[in-house]
Design a protein around this ligand. Structure first.
Ligand code: ZN
Ligand code: ZN
Length: 644
């Protein structure tokens, strides 16, 4: 049979050869590093026979998929076996992988606490040191049930009973041990491939997530290729905790949440100042190329029915009912979960011709979406938010140039906001979609050409596009290496048709424009969360809510303090004075922990010399300046990057 490798080359192998045979055929180095294979798109164990002509790639731990398999084997084989060794009466439930790690759920009579984690880690290390081979057998449903019944593993029996599968249940075993695991696989071929790991925490979880069922113990862990990556990850966790925007928001007095409006932000003066600085900046960046509009919050269900949201998205919408005067029926409205249908209403006013395109409409659009209460997280996930939304109505031929214009705008904004690095993902046609293949071909090529011509790297996510068109996602990397998907650019061949958006073409006939949904920040709320965490609260001067505090050492200098404040205010600087009768060290400490970027200190000497002693956030040095010099410097630095 013929095996096609990722580079397109073909190898001839005996029918029934395994992934390991293939790796050996390519070279001994690869055979040693191989941990699993992908056969025609699906992951398989290295020992599985391949019976037909296939496309095969070999996975090593260097790939994300390989890392995932290692994490999975670690929890399902090593953590589970360690639990059985230490708590022989325990019953094993499930052990999936999660972002950066894994967990395992099990039931024990004796309570397990976080004090036990080092002991469990130790047992795991002992198991790994055996370097056991991992073998697999295929079993019928009956055999599998019998086997797990004999071990009194009731959860596994439940899982098998609930499966539609009749045979080919995979049971994994390590070397000569009597530990077994039921799994769809793949697993590592042996325990020597396990990298660096750490158990991180312990929690309770109901079997099958149902509170009517018994509470199980859940142990979480993280695993990486090597100690270096593990330590970097643990450091990142620690850093992330220090930078948590919810914690910093308290110190900086930015916003709060309360029960009466879950997931909706109560902005305080400081937080709202950041918001407005960002909004003003965005408005300046859009001026000239977009026309800003504002559309209603509460919109009749009829429009949502026409757009398709009522059908597909209703469970996420806030619905309001109202008795119209003298009406026989209640009128049902929804708070808009997105702005798109309203933007089409604006487009639809008046006849459009091809000469009007591209038409770019922007809105800082307030939206509401019902998110389950467990999923909300500070500003990062909310129910009420404002998108920096925009829609471009254009012809098919204009998609490529619009893509290029958009990416240039987006990268200049990310750069101004302190993010030099971002990645692009192109998602192509899914199986279920609207529009002809010809239109998809053109649109996908237009997006790809635009990125290629800008010389930007990108990855392709085959089949991950929306049903209505291909899309680009833009992912930022923050100061501690975390990734945030913020920007998006999605071509839509569906909504203009559904909502009767048209233009008269050069041919004199009516056509539907392409509608491009695009956002750069995503939402102001979440992006401000990202900014706070990226900068650890030490925002650049132009975004800082209180840019300067002028603190007096003695009351004799109060009039000079006020004079300096007035000079800075006249330059548009956000300045406060602190003339309280407190020690200067106390004042400096208080304003530093509130993350005020510039603290000016004035004592007798400064007042006499008409100078200032300036302390920048993060430095413990005071630098002396002459009054005019520092007023110029601070007023320049405090301006938004659009104006510099
Ligand atoms: Zn498994
Ligand atoms: Zn949209």
């Amino acid at each position: 049979m013929n095996i096609t490798l990722p580079d397109g080359s073909i190898r001839e192998l005996k029918k029934g050869s395994t992934g390991l045979d293939l790796a050996n055929d390519i070279g001994p180095g690869l055979a040693k590093a191989a941990i699993a294979v992908v056969v025609n798109g699906s992951q398989r164990d290295l020992c599985d026979p391949i019976n037909d002509d296939s496309t095969v790639s070999i996975l090593t731990i260097d790939s994300n998929e390989g890392l995932e398999i290692m994490r999975h084997t670690l929890t399902a084989q090593v953590l589970a076996r360690a639990i059985k060794n230490l708590y022989p009466d325990s019953k094993l439930a499930i052990g999936p992988t999660i972002d950066d790690g894994f967990y395992y759920d099990f039931l024990t009579e004796k309570a397990v606490s976080s004090d036990d984690l080092p002991k469990i880690e130790n047992e795991m290390r002992n198991i790994i040191a055996s370097g056991d081979l991992i073998n697999k057998s295929l079993n019928t449903k009956k055999e599998a049930i019998k086997l797990f019944k004999s071990k009194q593993e009731n959860y596994k029996v439940d899982i098998i009973n609930d499966s539609d599968q009749e045979d080919n249940f995979q049971i994994y075993q390590q070397g000569e041990s009597d530990f077994i695991d039921l799994c769809k696989g793949p697993h590592l071929p042996n325990l020597k491939h396990i990298g660096a790991f750490k158990l991180t925490k312990i929690a309770g979880a109901y079997w099958r997530g149902d509170s009517d069922n018994e509470m199980l113990t859940r142990i979480y862990g993280t695993a990486w290729k090597s100690d270096k990556e593990l330590n970097a990850y643990l450091h990142r966790l620690e850093e992330a905790e220090k930078r948590d925007h919810r914690k910093l928001a308290k110190e900086m007095d930015l916003f709060h949440f309360q029960e009466e409006a879950p997931g909706m932000v109560f902005w305080h003066p400081n937080g709202w100042t950041i918001y407005r600085a960002l909004e003003d900046y965005m408005r300046d960046k859009l001026s000239g190329s977009y026309q800003e509009i504002k559309t209603p919050q509460v919109v009749d269900r009829k429009l949502w029915e026409a757009s398709g949201h009522w059908d597909k998205y209703r469970e996420n919408m806030f619905i309001t009912e109202i008795d119209e005067e003298h009406a026989n029926e209640k009128r049902v409205n929804a708070l808009k979960p997105m702005n798109c249908p309203c933007h089409v209403q604006v487009y639809n006013q008046g006849l459009k011709s091809y000469r009007d395109l591209p038409l770019r409409l922007a809105e800082f659009g307030s939206c509401h979406r019902y998110e389950a209460s467990g999923t909300m997280h500070g500003l990062m996930r909310v129910r009420g938010f404002t998108q920096d939304d925009g829609h471009i109505f254009c012809t098919e031929a204009q998609i490529e140039s619009e893509t290029a214009i958009f990416i240039k705008l987006l990268s200049s904004i990310y750069k101004d906001l302190g993010f030099e690095e971002f990645s692009i993902k192109l998602s192509t046609r899914p199986e279920v979609r609207v529009g002809s293949d010809e239109v998809w071909d053109k649109a996908e090529a237009a997006l790809e050409n635009a990125i290629t011509k800008l010389n930007l790297p990108f990855t392709i996510d085959e089949g991950d596009g929306a049903f209505y068109g291909p899309k680009l996602d833009f992912v930022l990397t923050d100061a501690i290496g975390r990734e945030w998907q913020c920007g998006t650019f999605q071509a839509d061949f569906n909504l203009p048709d559904r909502l009767d958006a048209e233009y008269i073409g050069e041919d004199g006939l009516k056509h539907n424009p392409v509608m491009i949904h695009r956002a750069i920040l995503g939402s102001f709320e979440r992006f401000i969360g990202v900014l706070i965490e990226n900068y650890s609260g030490r925002l650049p001067l132009w975004l800082a809510p209180r840019q300067v505090v002028i603190a007096s050492i003695i009351s004799d200098v109060d009039s000079y303090v006020d004079e300096v404040a007035e000079l800075l205010k006249a330059q548009g600087v956000r300045v406060e004075t602190d003339k309280r009768n407190e020690k200067i060290s106390y004042k400096v400490r208080e304003h530093s922990s509130a993350k005020v970027p510039v603290i000016m200190v004035i004592g007798k000497k400064e007042a006499e010399e008409r100078s200032l002693s300036v302390r920048r956030l993060g430095s413990d040095k005071n630098i002396s300046y002459d009054l005019n010099t520092i007023v110029d410097e601070i007023s320049n630095e405090s301006k938004s990057p659009v104006n510099t």
